[in-house]
Design a protein around this ligand. Sequence first.
Ligand code: MGD
Ligand code: MGD
Ligand code: SF4
Ligand code: MO
Length: 909
Amino acid sequence: MSIELPNSHLVNPAAGTVATTCAYCGVGCGVDINISKQGDSRDVDTLNGCRSHPANYGRLCVKGSNLLNTLEPEQRLIHAYIGNEQVSVDKATSFVAEQFNKIRQEHGPESVAFYVSGQLLTEDYYVANKLMKGYIGSANIDTNSRLCMSSAVAAYKRAFGEDVVPCNYTDIEQCDVFFTIGSNMAWTHPVLFQRLERAREVNPNLKVVSIDPRKTATTQLADLHLPLTPGSDSGFFNGLLRYLIDNKKIDQNYIDQHCNNFASAMKACSSWTLDKVSAFCQLEKSDITQAYQLFADSPKVVSFYSMGINQSNTGVDKCNAIINCHLATGKINKPGAGPFSITGQPNAMGGREIGGLANQLTGHLDIDNVDHQQAVKSFWQSPTIATKAGPSAVEMFSKIQQGKIKAVWIMATNPAVSLPDHQNIIKALESCPLVIVSDCVEKNDTLAFADVKLPATGWLEKDGTVTNSERRISRQRGVRKSSGNAKHDWQLICDVANKMGFTGFDYHQPVDIFTEFAKLSSVSKTHGLKFDITGLSKLSEQEYNALQPMQWPINDQYPLGCSNVFHDHKFSTLSHKANFIAVDAQLPLLGFKETDNNFIVNSGRIRDQWHTMTRTGNTHKLFTTQDQPFVSINIEDAKAKQLKNNQLIKIANSYGSITLPVKIDEGVGQGQLFVPIHWNKQYASSANVTNLYPAIVDKISNQPQLKQTNATIETLDFSQYLHVYTSQDISLLSDYWHKLRGNGFYAFEAANLENQQHELAQLKLAITGEWLSFSSDERQVHLCLSQKQLVCYLDISNIQKPINTSWLEYMFTKAALSFADIQSLLIAQPSDEFMQGKVVCSCFSVREKNIVEAINKGCRDVTTLGSQLNCGTNCGSCRPELKQYIKRFLDKETLASPLPETIEIEELT
Ligand SMILES: Nc1nc2c(c(=O)[nH]1)N[C@H]1C(S)=C(S)[C@@H](COP(=O)(O)OP(=O)(O)OC[C@H]3O[C@@H](n4cnc5c(=O)[nH]c(N)nc54)[C@H](O)[C@@H]3O)O[C@H]1N2
Ligand SMILES: Nc1nc2c(c(=O)[nH]1)N[C@H]1C(S)=C(S)[C@@H](COP(=O)(O)OP(=O)(O)OC[C@H]3O[C@@H](n4cnc5c(=O)[nH]c(N)nc54)[C@H](O)[C@@H]3O)O[C@H]1N2
Ligand code: SF4
Ligand SMILES: [Mo]
């Protein structure tokens, strides 16, 4: 089946609108950039979701809507550095090339490595992979997608013979039953979640089943939520396979014609009775049966799975346990049905295509297949070719620590935050003789270890392609000039390659790289693979610029792309049949040390932040719904440990420890904790959850288990609590601190184990102006004014009390403070208008109190709330929360008070 696409993606500077793709998640939404001025000083005015892009049809989530607010020029890396010395980019790339040559001549090709990212464009990714595997001659290149997608890749490959995602976004609209498994799509793939919500409105019979140990914004909207024991998913799906067999719900014809190894999968699931599943997953038998029946009785089922499945020491098996059920019922390769692994990063899929993992070649070709090696080498006409898999991310850093890898080039990823085995990653970065980091920001936890910093262009400056979760290739278009001396990642890589003396990197434009890659896919096709974009191999620069989003395969047969790769059910295995995999269901490896064995720590994402916050941390708008790091804990556990909301606790195991404010959350199971992955050394003294995760990996995919580890919790005896608000960014010396970016200020919450005055001294040194102070029994307030404007506010108290941020924001943005303002600041007493609670809708700054009042007065659905208050009517990301407020009201939880209890408004002073 081929698809028609509207002709609306042409770059037309005269019209003032350029279509590009969002910088963040794997949904790959189209974004229209409206430019007012042309030429060198092109100004980008506004941004909208692209109405014709098949991923989003005009929708954007809160991160996408705020893209223009995150491109802070002050935060950008705009020069190259060797050590602390600012140098030209030319000098820096010459230095890198020289050092790489020297090290590899002395110690061989295995002594240098690249650690790259699903946030590179396909063109960047392709040349990095080509340089390492075809020219340096080792497979010492791995990517952060190892932490993200590698189990899904390995499972598709085991099942289909090739890493092919057999689903489309339209399946969301066409299915009868939608399973979310280890995915919090309401927050992490919000536009697809909105498509799901819309599909349910159109088809009220569409049922959603959510499998997640936690209650989340996603599970709360599901018809059935199964809060299974962490890591027990393969037991659940083995049980489903047995249920399907026992109840004669399998499609024997499909199995006979199109699949191998059914008998072995059948044997492996035979012991998985309902009783066994119930005991293993700690779920009610009736709930399990309900979910199984929904899967069995609906012709069109989509299983949408993500990190709760992949990030496991048995992640590949878990993915295959899901795929098995789709194969057994033939619920695959047809509209509304299939096992849909959803990608995280904007170009995770592009990375899979170009072969960015250490165990791939390129174009889905195999690194350990001699024919494939020779075909790629001859296509590249390269001096050599990698012949065996290189180290996976975790192994790469352990080889660095062992001194085997002596130079590493890190591009577009922040391993000092995101890799497990954190202490050893830091040791590796400290001990590595040469660490090169290309990034678009000036500071992050990894750049702190860089011997060479290379400035890379960022979103809106970069130009190339990305592939989204449904295999759709879209253009990211550059509309801005490079910041400072920044160069495109592909240019930096090609500069180094050329200076190392290699030919084969003489590209002038991204289109040169893209068409070479597209040609190379003919090699994939010749070797029986479905990955084929030969239809794009002859694109001129103009055609490339005008390229419309389309799904591969793209070839003579499907010049506009194809939405159903295996439409003839011929898979990429030698027999063309898909493989069942016998899955031995295992629980995660936990309890390494008796002393660690207390809570299971889960980690993941929040709605408004992206990974290590290098971009989303740049706007106050993305701090409004969650302004601090936290550890969620069940209410019963909190009671047992006598914990209060916001109390600072230490979470520790034998690998490391972090200190975080408590968030009591009925959605987290007893004995479990949840910590967001985002806060790091740039934003908090000790919040990086990878401190707690050891390097336990899946044996097949080498993907680390990042969803389960053990830890204990400990209360801490702080004797002093501080609120520090400053107009400029500073570094605090307090024992505990976390920071947020406000509208015109930075806000720190801090605490000391012993009473100190060093923050005051530190602030007085850093911030000049007129200092005023007021002390009472409860607190000391110090504030600094510069030309009647507030530039610093410091509140020190012996007890922990929340502070009213919107009131302080108002004071910081006021041009001249009145006497009354100064008085209210000194006694820390905001006026009534600032007692409206947290912002729920960040687009229109609608606060909790207004929402609850509207509900109390009769609003009973999100649309009416939107028409009264505007909330939820722009990006829609807060719609799940709005529904929750209504649901909680209807459940009569909040009748007694006009405000939900979580807000604790009476505590706001
Ligand atoms: N807002 C936002 N969106 C993002 C990102 C971001 O940083 N911020 N990052 C993007 C990236 S790179 C990725 S990979 C995706 C990730 O997208 P998701 O996978 O949806 O995100 P996570 O929050 O990591 O984890 C999903 C859920 O897995 C659950 N889980 C934990 N353990 C288990 C288990 O044993 N079984 C099951 N069934 N579930 C479990 C967690 O409780 C969590 O709710 O998000 C992408 N989108
Ligand atoms: N405990 C725990 N750990 C996890 C996870 C988890 O769920 N739990 N999730 C894992 C997953 S799925 C992922 S994807 C990783 C993400 O982890 P990382 O990849 O480490 O996180 P990012 O913050 O996205 O880092 C991207 C870096 O690239 C920079 N950058 C952005 N664009 C460009 C560009 O165009 N060029 C260059 N050169 N630099 C650029 C950014 O400024 C930033 O410094 O974290 C993993 N770690
Ligand atoms: S869902 Fe949001 S973050 Fe993801 S691509 Fe779309 S706008 Fe960007
Ligand atoms: Mo990811």
